[in-house]
Ligand binder design. Sequence first.
Ligand SMILES: [Zn+2]
Ligand SMILES: [Zn+2]
Length: 300
Amino acid sequence: MNGYIDLHLHSTFSDGALTPAQLVHHALDAHLRAIAITDHDTVDGNTEALAEGQARGLEVIPGVELSIAYSRGELHILGYYVDHLDPALHEELRRLREYRRRRNPQIIRKLAELGIELNLEAIRAKINNGNVGRPHIAAAMVESGYVRSVKEAFNRYLRKDGPAYVPKEMLSAPEGIQLVRRFGGVPVLAHPLTLEIQDSAELADFLSQLKADGLGGIEAYYLSDSRCPVELYRDIAQRLDLCLTGGSDFHGPVKPEVAIGTGRGKTRLPYHLVDELKARRTSAPALTTDTGGSSARLNL
Ligand SMILES: [Zn+2]
Ligand SMILES: [Zn+2]
């Protein structure tokens, strides 16, 4: 079937500027046929988007974007077709958001006890997406003259087991993937460039581990960044039997350089990617139904 899609949109339910209904209207204005709302660690915007999509004739795929602990910072797992009405999923996500909210104030408090006074709101106001991390806190420490460099801030205070360290309590990649599977969704690795793995063999290796954990696809067409080695992703996906998805990571007028449906470039994503994604819903790996292996892993 014809038509174009955008499977990575943020609404006011996370850090986007448009409501789910406004996103639907915007997508129709851009002549899209299908979209997915993928807010950070929440599925709350899906109900409104699905209803508006149904009323206006736009296919809306329920989605979410999970934050996952990663050795080089954080990675994101997109979950498509998750059962966004399941209260158990709401509870899991609420818990994750709570962890995230608690961590930064705890770090700021520990620093205050050490005589370092920082204002979390002031740090947050300076960054685009509102997700304050330790590097932002370190930069604020440099700015306020407590340390000479970000490196010093980490070495003296913020490093793992340092005096101002607070453990992350984030999902691991296998946990995130299994969470999506448990609620009937297809887990897809978002914007693989953020892994910062330059070596193609190393990337393939990493992805094959995620595949063993239950990964269903790769967001090969990340329209917000033109540096994506799409050919390489396609090649790895074929070898590992993963589907390819794509989207703009549209946040609305807060990031005017990113357009719905095309991101920062001119590429449009064909509808057949949705068909391939749909096919993955039924071909979930055995471990999603196996209560032994996967749940044992989740309890770790
Ligand atoms: Zn992301
Ligand atoms: Zn995103």
